[in-house]
Design a protein around this ligand. Structure first.
Ligand code: HAM
Length: 456
């Protein structure tokens, strides 16, 4: 092999984040933290406690809960053979594959595409039905779906979600859960928030409606696109979700579920609307809102926000009575939602509601060994008081240090040289207007303490 070829081979690969994943960097992460902190605060005022869940679960959990025929489960999950225990031993020792297949350790596992299934699994696993009901939980963290990436749609994305499990299916619970999301969005000053609600009935009335819908769709099958034609067989409700221009006039003429709800579902839906009104929550009814996960019944809802283009759903949720039972637990009522945090952040940024990038409160420009010791002490004091302080690790000329302080967006530069240290008078420069003042250490610290740290 020639020398040139060897060199080419040795050139290190340039790694990049995998398609559909991304790094979140400062200063944007400050906004993520603010959003999450606000969620902790608002959800706590509604009596919710945080649950932290595993990132992966048995594939079967999602297949059962979300539905094996849904896009999420059938096309979008990241699934692996669990490589622990006997299966790993078998692989390493080159033993027969059939042995690995027999091992319970070798089951398929998937990165979670959503968290409602995991919350229900945890509710059952920890016997939470024995706690005072309902149990109110919230979570935040990454989810994984192999969708086609675009603005607001990622393969690793983040959700903030909440679930109410157990107790009654009182419509006040549906309304309060929705009120909680709306309160959270209002606190963040999210713009253009619109809430769509619907009821998709129960197993009885929905089954009858789906049959009626299928019959009507078959009559117009030839006018529908390939996706919708397929869905007449697999899941007629999803046809209502279609965005295809040519299908819109046809869909508008289809029977509507609101006219086919059973008495109990109709009463429940009317009461949810009344409860929303009591809470001053403004909603729009949307009979085509069916959601893409199988576990829903009765109340479904979606929230859109400004500045998001086609991926404008910032929150989706609904009632899922019976899901806990489907996963092997006792009959249990359930309702919840998940917010797409990436989209929430995008919308806040687009509407200028993101806070300005955070600079430093104080840049300490020091010169000389004595001044360095004093600077270290001053940094410690100021940081303890909650200020964000930049302390250069090596000596810099004052001119360079002040330039650096400017670039970092510092509010003040604390100038410490030999003179300052020996006189006991420190120089504080306000970078916005260039003014300077000389203060004793206690006065200067007192002066700064009276200012609000930018980091607060
Ligand atoms: P979902 O509608 O599949 O519902 O997702 C909720 C929200 O997550 C969406 O409205 C969207 O904002 C965000 N989202 C979904 N996929 C992506 C993606 N690929 N990239 C960025 N954001 C995305 C659920 O996940 C249910 N577990 C919600 C729920 C909780 N229902 C009851 N409890």
């Amino acid at each position: 092999m020639s020398e040139g070829a060897t060199k080419k081979e040795e050139k290190p690969r340039k790694f990049q984040a995998i398609r559909g994943t991304r790094d979140l960097l400062p200063p944007e992460t400050a906004l993520w933290n603010r959003v999450e902190q606000t969620a902790h605060e608002v959800f706590a005022t509604f009596g919710f406690g945080e649950i932290r869940l595993p990132i992966f679960e048995p594939t079967e959990l999602f297949a059962r809960a979300v539905g094996g025929e849904t896009d999420i489960v059938s096309k979008e999950m990241y699934t692996f053979q669990n490589p622990t225990g006997l299966a790993a031993m078998v692989r390493e020792n080159g033993m027969l594959g059939t042995l690995a297949e027999m091992s319970p350790e070798s089951e398929l596992i998937s990165l979670r595409p959503e968290a409602t299934a995991s919350v229900c699994r945890a509710y059952i696993e920890h016997g939470m039905h024995a706690l005072p009901q309902p149990v109110k939980l919230y979570y935040m963290g990454p989810m994984f779906r192999r969708e086609r990436p675009q603005k607001g749609r990622y393969r690793q994305f983040y959700q903030i979600g909440a679930e109410v499990l157990g107790g009654t299916d009182a419509p006040a619970i549906d309304a309060e859960v929705i009120e909680m999301v709306m309160t959270f969005f209002a606190k963040l000053e999210l713009q253009g928030v619109e809430l769509d609600i619907n009821s998709i009935g129960c197993r009885d009335c929905r089954t009858k409606y789906v049959e009626l819908l299928r019959a009507e769709l078959l009559k117009v099958k030839d006018k529908l696109g390939a996706d919708s034609q397929r869905r007449i067989v697999t899941n007629p409700l999803r046809v209502l979700d279609s965005k295809l221009e040519s299908e819109q006039p046809i869909i508008e003429k289809l029977p509507r579920i609101a006219d086919h709800l059973c008495k109990d579902c109709a009463t429940h839906y009317a009461a949810v609307k009344r409860q929303l009104e009591l809470r001053g929550v403004i909603y729009r009814e949307s009979w085509r809102l069916v959601r893409g996960l199988d576990y829903y019944m009765r109340t479904t809802f979606e929230i859109t926000a400004a500045g998001l283009g086609s991926q404008n759903a910032v929150c989706g949720g609904g009632r899922y009575d019976g899901l806990v039972e489907l996963l092997g637990g006792p009959p249990t009522k359930g309702i919840g939602f998940a917010i797409g945090e990436d989209r929430l952040i995008l919308s806040l940024q687009e509407s200028g509601k993101a806070p300005a990038p955070q600079g430093r409160d104080v840049y300490i420009a020091w010169m000389g060994e004595k001044a360095h010791a004093t600077a270290i002490r001053a940094a410690k004091d100021l940081r303890a008081a909650g200020f964000s302080v930049e302390l250069p690790p090596i000596e810099q000329k004052f001119g360079k240090a002040l330039g650096q302080a400017d670039k970092l967006g510092a509010r003040y530069a604390l100038i410490l040289g030999d003179n300052e240290v020996s006189e006991g008078l420190w120089t504080l420069k306000t970078l916005a207007d260039g003014s300077q003042q000389k203060l004793t250490e206690p006065d200067l610290l007192q002066f700064l303490r009276e200012q609000k740290p930018v980091s607060s």
